[in-house]
Design a protein around this ligand. Structure first.
Ligand code: AGP
Length: 609
C-alpha cells in the first residue's frame, strides 16, 4: 500500500507533490520520489527513507515544472532503497510511471521484455509497467493513453498506476483493486491514492472505480474503461478535515483497517493461488521436505495466528508443530536442530522478543521463515526466507488486518506444504484453494452494514460488563483468544479466551448472569460439541452471545444474542469469524469513550523486553 500523487496545472508541481506525499506517508514510508516535467524533459528524484530525505534534497535543488507525479512507498518487491523507489523511467527517461499494488505476472512480463532487449534497473514488479508501456507506445504512433491501455490488457494484479511522457502534457492513470481519486480544480487537476493529499487544494473529488482509466490535462479529464469506452463519473463534494481524511472518513485508524481487510487479504493472496492446478506458489526458496518439525514463535495477536497455523499445518501437511510465545521460547532452551523449521510471525518485524527468539532458533541450527508485514524490518534481515503478508501499514495499535492476513498466509503455507509433501490430493487442494480465494468477498460480507449495526447494538448492551469470556473449538479456539485480546486491549474490560471444551475445568466458575460469554459456533465438525458447552453456560445463567453461520436458525435457540457471520469452509473460517469479534471490541471501547487507536499502556511495536 503506497501513496500516489499527480498534478497538472499552473502551480509548482514540486510543492503540490511534496505536500500531498506528506499527507499520504501513513500509506508507506520506506522511500519516496517525484518526476516533474519541465518543458520537454522529465526530471526524476527519489530517495530511500522517510519523505524528509527527499524533501531536503528538493529544497536544496528544487525542480521547476507544473506537471508531475509523486510516490511514497510501502515495499512489496525489492528492498527499500533509492533504485527501487518510484518513479521508474524507461532507459531514455521519457516515459515515467508510479505504481501502487502488486503485478501478479510481472516475472513473465519481465522475462519477455528482457528477451526483447529491455534493461531493468530495479527489483520491483512496478518497473515492468514502464517498459511494457514504452513498447506499446512505439506501436501505437505515440498515443500515450492507448499505449497504457494496451499494456494493461497484459497485466494481472492490483494497480493504481500513473504515467507521464516527456512529449505529452497529460497524465494517464488507471486503477484495479488499488484506490485512485481525482481532484477537480479551476484550470488544474489532481490525482491521489487517497483524499488527504488533495484536501488543501480542492474538495471536488471523483472516486475512480475498478477498471477505470483517466486522462488528465490542463482543461479537465476524461474517464474510460479498459476497453476504451467513455464512462461517466460524478464529481463529489468532500467535507472531511485532513485528519478525518487520513482515516478515509472513518473515526479511527482501527475501524479503517478493519474495513481494509478485503483489500489487504486480496494483496496477501495475489499471485500465489493457481486455481487451475490447485497449487500455491509462495516465492520462497524453502525446500518443503527439508525439515521434520516446525516451531512457530510470535507474540500477542501474531501468536494467535500461529495457533491457527498449527491447526492447519498439522491437519493438512501432517507435520508436528509447536507454538511458543517468543518471550518464553528464548529462555526455555528449546530443542532445535537442523530438522526444525522455525517460523516467526510479526506485523512490525521489530518485536524484540520475537527477534531474539529467531536468533535463538538460528543458534540451534533451525531453518528460519518469517510471516511478516513490514518490509525491510530487522527480522527480515536475519531470516532465511520471508513470506510477506502485504497487508499495508497498520497504524492502529490493536492489530486487525495484519491478523487476518497472517492467518491467510498460514493457510497458504499449510496448503503449499501439504501439496508438496503429498498429504493432500489435488482435488482437496483445489477445494481449499477456492475457499481461500473467496476470503476477501466473505470478509466484505462480514462487514455488511446490517451485520455491523447488530454487532454494535450487542456491544453497547454489554459494554458495562466487568468481565467477558470467549470460547471456541478446534481451528476457532484461537479465534476466541484473539477476540478476548482485542477486547482487553482497547476497552480495558477483563476478558478470557478459552478452548470451549476446557471451560468446565475451571472458568465455568466465573459464570453468572452478569457474564457475557461469546461462543464461536460456526459450521464445523465440532459444532455439536460446542453447542453442548453453550448449554453448560446457559445452565449457570451466563449471557450467551453466539456466532453462528448464516442460515443456522436451529442453534439460535441456545443464545441470548446471535451474531450471524457468512458461511465459510471450516479451515478458512477463523479469518471470517474474527471480524465480528474485532467489531464487538471496537464498539464496546468506542461506547466507553476509549482512545481506540492509542490504547493505554500499549505500543504498536514492542522493542523492549
Ligand atoms: C495486537 O493487537 C497487539 N498490538 C500486540 O499483541 C501485537 O500483536 C504483538 O505486540 C506482536 O507484534 P508484532 O506482530 O509486530 O510482532
Amino acid at each position: 500500500m503506497c501513496g500516489i500523487v499527480g498534478y497538472i496545472g499552473s502551480r509548482s508541481a514540486q510543492q503540490v507533490l511534496l505536500s500531498g506525499l506528506a499527507r499520504l506517508e501513513y500509506r508507506g514510508y520506506d522511500s519516496a520520489g517525484v518526476a516533474i516535467m519541465d518543458g520537454e524533459q522529465i526530471q526524476v528524484r527519489k530517495k530511500a527513507g522517510k519523505l524528509a530525505n527527499l524533501s531536503g534534497e528538493l529544497l536544496a535543488l528544487p525542480l521547476s515544472g507544473t506537471l508531475g507525479i509523486g510516490h511514497t512507498r510501502w515495499a512489496t518487491h525489492g528492498l527499500p532503497n533509492d533504485t527501487n523507489a518510484h518513479p521508474h523511467a524507461t532507459e531514455d527517461g521519457r516515459l515515467v510511471i508510479i505504481h501502487n499494488g502488486i503485478i501478479e505476472n510481472y516475472l513473465t512480463l519481465k522475462e519477455g521484455l528482457m528477451a526483447r532487449g529491455h534493461v531493468f534497473l530495479s527489483q520491483t514488479d512496478s518497473e515492468v509497467l514502464a517498459h511494457l508501456i514504452e513498447e506499446k507506445y512505439d506501436l501505437v504512433n505515440g498515443n500515450l493513453y492507448e499505449a497504457v491501455r494496451q499494456a494493461l490488457s497484459e497485466v494481472r494484479g492490483a494497480y493504481g498506476i500513473v504515467v507521464t511522457h516527456a512529449l505529452h502534457r497529460e497524465i494517464v492513470a488507471a486503477r484495479t483493486v488499488s484506490p485512485l481519486v481525482m481532484g477537480v480544480g479551476e484550470g488544474e487537476m489532481f490525482l491521489a491514492s487517497d483524499v488527504p493529499a488533495l484536501l488543501p487544494y480542492t474538495r471536488r473529488m471523483v472516486f475512480l472505480h475498478d477498471g477505470d482509466m483517466v486522462v488528465l490535462s490542463d482543461d479537465g479529464f476524461r474517464v474510460t474503461d479498459l476497453a476504451g469506452n467513455a464512462v461517466a463519473r460524478t464529481v463529489e463534494q468532500i467535507d472531511w478535515d485532513a485528519e478525518a481524511a487520513e482515516k478515509g472518513g472513518y473515526d479511527t485508524y482501527m475501524l479503517k483497517e478493519i474495513y481494509e481487510q478485503p483489500v489487504a487479504l486480496t494483496n496477501t493472496l495475489i499471485g500465489r493461488l493457481h486455481d487451475e492446478t490447485g497449487e500455491v506458489n509462495l516465492d520462497i526458496d524453502l525446500d518443503p521436505s527439508s525439515f521434520k518439525r516446525i516451531s512457530i514463535i510470535a507474540c500477542g495477536t501474531a501468536y494467535y495466528a500461529g495457533l491457527v497455523g498449527e491447526y492447519l499445518i498439522e491437519q493438512l501437511a501432517r507435520i508436528p508443530v509447536e507454538v511458543d510465545v517468543a518471550s518464553e521460547y528464548r529462555y526455555r532452551d528449546p530443542l532445535v536442530s537442523k530438522d526444525t523449521l522455525a517460523i516467526v510471525i510479526s506485523q512490525s518485524g521489530e518485536t524484540i522478543d520475537t527477534l531474539e527468539a529467531l536468533r535463538e532458533a538460528k543458534r540451534g541450527g533451525a531453518r528460519t521463515l518469517g510471516i511478516i508485514n513490514a518490509k525491510g524490518s530487522s527480522m527480515t534481515r536475519e531470516l532465511d526466507d520471508t513470506l510477506y503478508i502485504h497487508a499495508g501499514p497498520e497504524i492502529g495499535v490493536a492489530s486487525t488486518k495484519a491478523y487476518t492476513s497472517m492467518v491467510g498466509a498460514m493457510l497458504m503455507l499449510a496448503l503449499w506444504l501439504a501439496r508438496a509433501r503429498g498429504t493432500l490430493t489435488q482435488e482437496a487442494g483445489k477445494e481449499l484453494l477456492h475457499a481461500a480465494r473467496a476470503l476477501p468477498r466473505l470478509v466484505e460480507e462480514a462487514l455488511e452494514p446490517a451485520r455491523v449495526e447488530r454487532i454494535k447494538a450487542v456491544a453497547e448492551k454489554y459494554a458495562h460488563s466487568r468481565d467477558y469470556l470467549f470460547l471456541g473449538r478446534g481451528v476457532n479456539a484461537p479465534t476466541a483468544l484473539e477476540g478476548a485480546l482485542k477486547l482487553k486491549e482497547i476497552s480495558y474490560i477483563h476478558a478470557e479466551g478459552y478452548a470451549a471444551g476446557e471451560m468446565k475445568h475451571g472458568p465455568i466458575a466465573l459464570i453468572d448472569a452478569a457474564l457475557p460469554v461469546v461462543v464461536v459456533a460456526t459450521e464445523s465438525r465440532l459444532l455439536e460439541k460446542t453447542i453442548s458447552n453453550v448449554q453448560e453456560v446457559r445452565a449457570r445463567g451466563g449471557q450467551v452471545i453466539l456466532l453462528l453461520s448464516d442460515g443456522d436458525t436451529e442453534n439460535a435457540q441456545h443464545a441470548d444474542e446471535v451474531l450471524y457471520v457468512p458461511r465459510s469452509h471450516e479451515m478458512v473460517s477463523p479469518v471470517v469469524n474474527v471480524v465480528a469479534l474485532q467489531l464487538l471490541s471496537y464498539f464496546t471501547a468506542a461506547h466507553l469513550g476509549r482512545d481506540v487507536d492509542k490504547p493505554r499502556n500499549l505500543a504498536k511495536s514492542v522493542t523492549v523486553e
